[in-house]
Ligand binder design. Structure first.
Ligand code: SF4
Length: 62
């Protein structure tokens, strides 16, 4: 699974980090970034999917 956060769309709400802090973290500008862009663990993949679906601006591409 490839993961990318569109920084132009992210509003820094924190939802993705609350759902999956193994992958998403806040950068110095208060926006989400993916710590890794390749996830293989099935449980983490599900969390990433939940995060992408929960993102209010659809900023997470998977
Ligand atoms: S859920 Fe979406 S808008 Fe909120 S911090 Fe994550 S990527 Fe940004």
């Amino acid at each position: 699974m490839k993961i990318k956060v569109n920084e132009d769309a992210c509003i820094g709400c924190g939802a993705c980090m609350a759902i999956c802090d193994e992958v998403f973290e806040m950068n110095d500008e208060g926006l989400s970034v993916a710590k890794t862009n390749e996830v293989t663990d099935e449980e983490i993949k599900e969390q990433v999917k939940d995060a992408a679906e929960s993102c209010p601006t659809s900023a997470i591409e998977i």
